[in-house]
Design a protein. Structure first.
Length: 202
């Protein structure tokens, strides 16, 4: 349903009347973009972003997608993507190590936290590598329990990390591009990634 909404918005964004209306408000957003781009202490901002990835691993008050998109709003895509990748690696590693520390005895407790994970693990309780890729590829899927689960199952760390990145990278790229185009929300660069994300989550 959301995918259809975003597709309609994308089509409407090409309408002359909509474009004329939009031109009235776009200057305000462009001014906001210039202010963000001129922010000092970029290294401080990078470490703040990484701190948000770390904080999310322990207290999930906000979605990872929000942090990833915010990075895209502040930095050019070619900087934002590696910054986000490092943040994601830190986040996944922390939850994996926590699950590994808890051990096999915690598996049932972790699985019970998510109905979707519980249903899937009924058919495969060995930490199937391709299930991990699917878990990461689905937008809005609970990130923390998956990392913790694969750690508790004793899944090989490097395999866990590579497969997690394989599954999440398309989402990471989409969220980063959405953030980059947040100042022009009627553009194809903003609406198309949202359409793709909505279609994946449908």
């Amino acid at each position: 349903m959301l995918a259809i909404v975003f597709l309609i918005l994308l089509i409407l964004s090409w309408n002359d009347h909509v474009q004329l209306w939009w031109a009235t408000y776009r200057e305000y957003l462009l001014d906001a973009q210039r202010q963000v781009e001129e922010l000092d202490n970029k290294f401080y901002i990078i470490f703040t972003i990484w701190f948000l990835f770390i904080f999310k691993a322990f207290i999930p008050l906000y979605p990872l997608s929000l942090v990833v998109a915010a990075t895209g709003a502040v930095f050019p895509v070619y900087f934002a993507v590696p910054i986000n990748l490092i943040g994601i690696i830190i986040h996944y590693t922390l939850k994996y190590m926590y699950g590994k520390r808890l051990g096999q005895g915690a598996v049932n407790n972790i699985v019970q936290r998510s109905e979707t994970i519980r249903v899937i693990m009924k058919t495969d309780d060995t930490g199937n590598p391709w299930l991990l890729v699917v878990f990461r590829l689905i937008p809005f899927f609970p990130v923390n329990p998956v990392s913790q689960l694969y750690g508790a199952l004793g899944f090989t760390y490097w395999k866990f990390l590579l497969l997690s990145l394989l599954g999440y990278t398309p989402l990471l790229m989409s969220y980063t591009i959405v953030g980059k185009n947040i100042y022009n929300p009627l553009s194809a660069g903003f609406l198309l990634p949202l359409f793709v994300l909505s279609a994946l989550g449908a």
